[in-house]
Design a protein around this ligand. Structure first.
Ligand SMILES: Cc1cc2nc3c(=O)[nH]c(=O)nc-3n(C[C@H](O)[C@H](O)[C@H](O)COP(=O)(O)O)c2cc1C
Length: 503
């Protein structure tokens, strides 16, 4: 019976217990009322029905949406082969990413311009993620400043970082305690030591001075990992948004990271907005949710609103265009250009949007050549960039079959490990299990948490994270695995572990 003895790691959470909580609570899953992704998506659509442009901005993909549908179908066609009579009584979802041990393998994906979906914008999921010890990736296109997001991320942090650097463990023993564990700080302490884990996602600015400024702000605000998005040097061809000429950035929404940046604002002869001010200037509460482009346009044209509102709308539109030109430049970069970013950011650097084996191997060469920690996110941006592209999970499988990538993932003890993260299509625990059976180190969750946030803000995101991890925990045990570390990569070459149905 020795295998039944609990051998919990310090930060190990029995996530599956959430399933029991739902049964015992006798109220169904709260606050979303369902755990079915498609129902959550439909409810979010219904909730925003007055503002269909906002829902379509999240739901829509590039072209015919074929890449997005292929992402989902390819994950469905991968099938787990469960094993019986394996004593998987004590299970661990703990995952080490960039030298830090986290209680789960998930990361909250960077999603920009969240104030079009709800009044708290990015703050709601940042709080939920901080509370549950899940890294939150803040987008350059955030509708709250990166400092305000960091502060929200700390607000409910029920965890303590025992050691700030490598080998750190996020201690989640307090996770069941639903009280905020720290008072709301007025600003993030300048040592950059965070109470909750967070990554910063960079849309590559036109000017190096702006890039340097963003990166130094991110470091100061406690972001530990830099995610550089490579697949969006220009926006994809998105029919849902084109139909409505829907581009919030152009009217000054989703530009708070720029509006609060001293270097960018100086270029436009303006003072930077206070990153912690949540009235007006921060792109916070004033007139952003619901985002009503017709109203803003009428103000710009002087047909509606007070003089002050008209002046603000014009100023927002000016800055919106300027920030679009700065951070969504349409300028395609080269591998050599990454040198600058690597020289400006000391921590791990992760390249997001990799789909080809050749690019993955190039990323290995780049990072290994410089002795740098980092990796890639195998992602096609949820099908929002290239229509007709291959499903992201197929790209993951192909990339993980590269000998060069595999060698870099298991380096000698003196070399940093090359990480392979995955996104585009994760909806359930079984999707996560499949990605990790292929060999992914961790996965990013995108649209699902946004829909949960639309429905119920922070509490909605908390439910979604908990249900996803409970589902993963339960499914993993039933399939015959007791830890993610033990199963990672086991399905890559073994048809008796993970098999693909013909589509
Ligand atoms: C509404 C929305 C906004 C997004 N904004 C960003 C962003 O600002 N930066 C970024 O790197 N990726 C962005 N993404 C892509 C996500 O980070 C992620 O790659 C994608 O959502 C994964 O696909 P899935 O949500 O279908 O699983 C966005 C995606 C959506 C749906």
């Amino acid at each position: 019976m020795s295998h039944l003895k609990p051998l919990l790691e310090a930060n190990q959470i029995q996530w599956g217990k959430y399933m029991l909580d739902i049964y015992i609570g006798q109220q169904g899953p709260q606050p979303l009322g369902t755990v079915v992704f498609e129902e959550i998506e439909e409810k979010a659509r219904e909730k925003l029905k007055q503002w269909p442009g906002a829902f379509e901005y999240a739901y829509g993909s590039a072209g015919t949406s074929s890449t997005h549908h292929a992402n989902l179908a390819a994950l469905r066609s991968l099938r787990i082969v469960p094993r019986m009579l394996v004593p998987t009584n004590i299970r661990s979802l703990s995952t080490t990413l960039f030298g830090v041990r986290y209680p789960s393998p998930i990361i909250i994906a960077p999603l920009g311009v969240q104030s079009i979906f709800g009044p708290d914008g990015e703050l709601a999921p940042a709080r939920a993620a901080g509370k549950l010890g899940v890294p939150f990736a803040c987008s350059t296109a955030s509708s709250r400043s990166l400092e305000a997001v960091a502060r929200a991320n700390e607000q409910f942090a029920a965890l303590n970082l025992e050691e700030p650097a490598k080998g750190a463990v996020w201690n989640l023993s307090l996770v069941a305690d639903l009280q905020p564990s720290v008072p709301v700080p007025t600003e993030i302490n300048s040592t950059g030591q965070a109470l909750a884990p967070r990554f910063f996602q960079l849309y590559w600015p036109l000017h190096n001075e702006v890039t340097s400024s963003l990166l130094s702000r991110a470091k100061k605000a406690g972001y530990t990992v830099l995610v550089v998005t490579l697949d969006t040097m220009s926006l994809g061809w998105r029919p849902h948004d084109l139909e409505r000429s829907y581009l919030p950035f152009g009217l000054g929404v989703g530009i708070e990271v720029g509006r609060t940046d001293p270097v960018f604002m100086k270029m436009h002869n303006r003072p930077a907005a206070d990153p912690y001010d949540d009235k007006g200037g921060d792109g916070g509460k004033e007139g952003e949710f619901p985002y009503n482009p017709q109203e803003i346009l009428a103000r710009i044209q002087g047909k509606k609103g007070t003089e002050e509102q008209q002046a603000k709308a014009r100023e927002d539109a000016y800055l919106g265009r300027a920030w679009l030109e700065e951070a969504n430049t349409g300028l395609y970069r080269s591998w050599e250009d990454l040198d600058f970013i690597l020289s400006e950011w000391e921590g791990p650097v992760v390249l997001k949007g990799i789909q080809s084996v050749a690019d993955a191997e190039r990323a290995v060469d780049l990072l290994k050549g410089r002795g740098r920690e980092g990796g890639i996110v195998v992602s096609n941006h949820g099908g929002r960039q290239v229509d007709g592209a291959l499903p992201s999970v197929v790209a993951l499988e192909r990339i993980l079959k590269s000998q060069k990538v595999q060698t870099a993932r298991q380096p000698g003890s003196d070399q940093p490990k090359f990480h392979v993260l995955f996104d585009s299509g994760i909806r359930t625990g079984s999707d996560i299990l499949k990605a990790i059976l292929l060999g992914a180190d961790g996965v990013l969750i995108g649209r699902p948490y946004l829909y949960a946030s639309i429905l119920a803000g922070q509490a909605g995101v908390e439910q979604f994270i908990k249900q996803l991890l409970a589902d993963l925990d339960v499914t993993m045990g039933l399939a015959g695995w007791d830890s993610l570390d033990g199963l990672r990569g086991k399905g890559l070459e073994d048809e008796d572990v993970l098999t693909r149905l013909r589509q």
